[in-house]
Design a protein. Structure first.
Ligand code: MG
Length: 261
């Protein structure tokens, strides 16, 4: 989606801002003993209290507000009453926030999509590094997300950090355009593909690197949603929604206390 109307840009900013606030809030609740179900309830309440809708709930029949993916789970983990976080785990929290406007009786959605991976209590130095490197690759990808650059500049920025640190890169999932139907073209690979597709001012995209401590390969569990690494090694995932401008992109989903480095 390319946004040119000021009121539309304001709406997507509103969605992104609330998404960042809610993500920071639920990340602060993460501690040993809490369940992913409780995190989901807190996220849903915060999104609805903010006057918005949880994007994921009901999207292709996904049952919850957040995706909560623990350790070897990469993305799309379903919150569960019996999934209790333990000291030493890592959890990827992914949320979507929708504000809508009505045009000729039809709803048009403006979505903020964002994720981060956080430690549960004390984690190993190796896991800390996995989280730090995946986060660094998101910021490198954001730097590369400029009008005139290609999608390959984004994929290359991510791939370089993964290769330097010997991580697997998830190949089957990646960033995407964001529009009224949530996922939109272009698909944004987290590695070089030779894509010559250029970024243009007004484009709204989500960039979301996923690094694995082991190999690249992933599979979907029998619940139809949860993506896990095939070798069961841990994975990390960070995501922001961006508005492409003439200069540096605007990070729509920036969290209130996030330090961009
Ligand atoms: Mg996304």
């Amino acid at each position: 989606m390319i946004l040119t109307v000021d009121s539309d840009i304001e709406l997507i900013r509103k969605s992104g801002k609330l998404a960042g606030q809610v993500l920071e809030h639920i990340a602060s609740l993460v501690q040993p003993g809490i369940t992913t179900w409780e995190l989901d309830l807190a996220a849903e309440k915060a999104i609805r209290d903010g006057g918005a809708q949880p994007t994921f709930k009901g999207y292709r029949n996904f049952p919850c507000t957040i995706c909560a993916s623990v350790n070897e789970e990469v993305v799309h983990g379903i919150p569960n009453r019996s999934k209790t976080l333990k000291e030493g785990d890592v959890i990827s929290l992914d949320i979507g926030v929708t504000f809508s406007k009505k045009v000729d009786g039809k709803n048009f959605d403006f979505i903020g999509d964002t994720a981060l991976t956080v430690p549960v209590g004390q984690i190993s130095p190796r896991l800390e590094k996995l989280l730090a490197d995946t986060k660094a690759s998101l910021y490198a990808a954001i730097e590369a997300s400029r009008a005139g650059n290609t999608l390959d500049d984004i994929g290359g920025a991510i791939e370089d950090i993964a290769k330097r640190n010997d991580y697997g890169i998830v190949r089957d999932y990646g960033g995407h355009g964001i529009g009224p139907n949530y996922h939109e073209d272009p698909f944004i690979f987290n590695y070089r593909t030779g894509s010559k597709v250029k970024l243009k001012p007004g484009m709204v995209i989500a960039v979301e690197p996923m690094f694995n401590q082991g190999g690249d390969r992933v599979r979907t569990k029998s619940d139809g949603w949860t993506v896990v690494t095939q070798d069961y090694k841990p994975s990390a995932h960070f995501e922001h929604s961006l508005l492409i401008t003439e200069g540096r992109p605007e990070i729509l989903t920036k969290r209130p206390n996030e330090v961009i480095s």
